[in-house]
Design a protein around this ligand. Sequence first.
Ligand SMILES: Cc1cc2nc3c(=O)[nH]c(=O)nc-3n(C[C@H](O)[C@H](O)[C@H](O)COP(=O)(O)OP(=O)(O)OC[C@H]3O[C@@H](n4cnc5c(N)ncnc54)[C@H](O)[C@@H]3O)c2cc1C
Length: 407
Amino acid sequence: MSDFDLIVVGGGIVGLASAREFMRAYPGLSVAVLEKEPAIAGHQTGRNSGVIHAGVYYAPGSLKARFCREGSADTMAFCREHGIPFDQCGKLIVATEEAELPRLKALTERARANGLDIEEMDGPELARREPHIRGIAGFLVKASGIVDYRAVAEAMAGEITAGGGTILTGAEVTGIEESPAGVSVETRRGRFTAPHLVACAGLMADRIARMCGVAADFRIVPFRGEYYRLAHRHDHIVQHLIYPVPDPDLPFLGVHLTRMIGGYVTVGPNAVLAFAREGYRFGDVNLRDLAEMIAYPGFRRAIRNNLRSGIDEMRNSLSKAHYLELCRRYCPELTLEDLMPYRAGVRAQAVLRDGTLLHDFLIEGTAATVHVCNAPSPAATSAMPIARHIVAHAATQWKLKGAPVAP
Ligand SMILES: Cc1cc2nc3c(=O)[nH]c(=O)nc-3n(C[C@H](O)[C@H](O)[C@H](O)COP(=O)(O)OP(=O)(O)OC[C@H]3O[C@@H](n4cnc5c(N)ncnc54)[C@H](O)[C@@H]3O)c2cc1C
């Protein structure tokens, strides 16, 4: 007899969405979420830009393209249902130099290929819509919005506990043994058993995957995203989210001006290699994290392949003046005094053995387990479709208690 029918590792938005989705699909299933921190949503879910992405950037046909479109609608519907504030304020992607125009054009085509309703603009039209922003061309994505993902995660946790599920905090998973009967999970709060396990451990995804012998060869590399909050006099400086044209080779979107649901504006995040997986400050170093990264050939290849941008990111992190220059490209009136301290986040980015920074979501499994191995942005937006994907996989591979109920 197992302690639970299903164990979910990780109380971030992907783990909570997964637990919730299993409970909706299989009423009566006993589900436990094991979270190592004293509270849920303490890592990526509680430390991001809060953007409900529309799905502009992602290769058509990729999981990201599919799940982001669906997830954007799901997130807004969930917020309506739970009375969580959100704002579909739209996003402007802005080119500031001639050299960016071909990439802007390619992005316009990709947005259309992804089925998005966009509005192209020249420089004067941009200036009319956003008088504080300077650009030579751009396009508006009306479907983008903003929300507080911690509030979304807390509402999901509320549904789980109200439905009879268990959320155990302070329950760091330190070992997993898989047998034909299921899994036996060692945690700081004791040992728990279940026939099945879903792992959504974010920055620790590779470690949990290795405990279960998942075949995918990847490591999580942490990239810190540092932000500033704009001084309150700039709370209304923009009407939309303002994004630069990103480098298509990197899975990061560039420093953007983000209207936050709390009524203020942030700039960020950059993407600095962190020396600790949960290293929220520049000086944070974790020797185990660092040693594991350096020992992995894929990490060393990724560093060699992206040396130039890596050095630029470090420089912009160390110098507020350099960071300001990134913002002034499209918002020239900002000054050093406008940049106030704000919390950083750390992205969990999977790197493959050949040095590829994996853009798409990666979900792999063993007989009794499913692992969300790579769930970088826009996984907060996409958490509900990711959860449905996992439940659909389970329905074909696992014998769960009860018959699945159609959503
Ligand atoms: C700076 C930044 C900006 C972003 N901006 C956006 C955005 O605007 N829009 C968007 O859609 N996405 C954004 N993202 C991405 C988004 O935040 C993440 O993709 C999403 O939160 C991933 O959720 P998760 O549940 O997989 O991971 P997490 O939120 O990191 O949750 C994983 C959980 O697992 C727990 N855990 C780890 N190891 C163990 C263990 N051994 N035992 C028990 N528990 C464990 C952790 O404590 C953590 O709570 C951003 C991310 C960052 C960092």
